[in-house]
Design a protein around this ligand. Structure first.
Ligand code: FES
Length: 179
């Protein structure tokens, strides 16, 4: 039966369920354990890797090997804004390649990556279901279509500006509360 494992991250004790009963020593059996950790934290933190290595007796280097082999696992948290750039057929013929390259260039990351400030994560998807608006991306739950490299850069910069604004507003509130 599933049991609870406990680890400490960011100074907080957190628990995640894992299915130790499924572990029979085969490397593939690590996957449900890693999925449990990722479902709980949104990624597989270092502490979870230590913990899983300790529980299973598998060296940490092998646990890392499995994580990096499967693209479903992330070693870093997702950004605040998750961009899903459509690479489906309709978007492909409408220039999705340039759109994806523009995002990579504007944000300084590659597909699968997260910006250093934790603001954006870029992923690709096969079809968003709005092919008539190709090329299309989603930012969180919002769909943005008929994009050009210029309109896309404008859109991403607007998100950055909004994020900066909310950070400075929060700092102002903190300062007012302290003063
Ligand atoms: S192919 Fe991009 S939305 Fe359908």
């Amino acid at each position: 039966m599933p049991v609870k494992g406990g680890i400490t991250t960011s100074g907080r004790e957190e628990t995640f369920s894992y299915r130790l009963w499924r572990y029979d020593g085969a490397p593939g059996e690590l996957i449900p354990l890693l999925q449990s950790a990722q479902n709980h934290f949104g990624y597989v933190p270092r502490k979870a890797i230590n913990y899983i290595a300790g529980v299973t007796g598998i060296p940490e280097s092998e646990v890392y090997g499995v994580i990096t082999f499967y693209s479903q696992f992330r070693l870093r948290p997702m950004g605040k804004h998750v961009i899903r750039a459509c690479a489906g057929t309709a978007c492909h013929v409408s220039g999705s390649k340039v759109i994806i390259e523009t995002i990579e260039d504007e944000l300084g990351i590659e597909v699968g990556g997260t910006t250093d400030d934790g603001l954006f994560t870029l992923n690709t998807v096969a079809c968003i279901g709005c092919c008539s608006l190709a090329p299309v991306i989603m930012i969180n739950d919002e769909t943005h279509g008929n994009l050009t490299p210029a309109s896309l850069r404008k859109l991403l910069r607007a998100f950055r500006r909004k994020a900066k604004l909310s950070v400075s507003k929060a700092a102002g509130r903190d300062a007012a509360a302290a003063g």
